[in-house]
Design a protein around this ligand. Sequence first.
Ligand code: AVI
Length: 312
Amino acid sequence: MTDTFTKDIVDGLTAKNKHLPSKYFYDDNGSRIFQEIMNMPEYYPTNAEFEILSMQSKQIIEALKFSRPFNIVELGAGDGFKTFKLLEYLVNNEVDFHYVPIDISQEAIDILTRRLKEKLPALKIDPKVGDYFEILKDNRQSDYPSLLLFLGGNIGNYLEHKAKELLALFHKNMKRGDKLLIGFDLKKNPIIIHNAYYDKHGITKRFNLNLLVRINRTLDADFKIDDFDFYCHYNPITGDVKSYIVSLRKQTVHLKAIDKYIHFDYDELIWTELSKKYALEEIDDLAEHAKFKVEHNFLDCKHYFTDSLWQK
Ligand code: AVI
């Protein structure tokens, strides 16, 4: 029996138009490279969302209109850097709430919990490791209202039908009156977007090619990394940033663990990632389709990014 990783890789590399799922970028090394991306001055989403959460915590909490104790459930909490400002505001103002960070990585959750206990000793934290939806189902049983956080613009990495499926699942696992704060990267001057993804330091290139390194390690493959390059393109009409790995020559790669050969033509592409940018009207449509009501868009001062507050 083959595992999901192997199946996804083989399916993607044997398709007519080759593709690989971007969720596989994030092995330990990939997660470190992603941290480097977030630290690049050109990668504006991190700073934009940080600004929203540090400057508008008060407004966000007031907009919730939760009168009783409540839960903040963060999906894919990671290192919790952005959320810290929101949590700090709540703790400093003695608001009665529980923070429930969820991540698939035990290591990320351990680091986050340790840091938060150190910096905010009064925070009531109930960390969970595992599948979002299993944990969300439990949260439905809670007597208290919940604010779900899905930050960082991760929704942009989903194809439209997948984004709709994900939002429908959120909706199904929320109680009436619960809220969702969801980050969207917005359409803007195409040059700014281009520079954030086709970066001159080559960090995003390394991030993409690391996927081939991961396949070499996991499937005992012999990708020669120098024989591949990176290309990405922003389409300002659709809002799609599409990223690709490019084969620099005609070549064959052997996935020894499953004895499979993959042939590449000269200049053949592997599509690796979609990073969709939204217009505010598109966000309204998405919310409406998933039966949510948009309550407010919290924007950064440059209007590059929004944390959109939705109610079930
Ligand atoms: C995680 N995600 C929102 C990032 C994005 O902007 O699509 C991943 C990324 N890919 C290239 N740079 C950053």
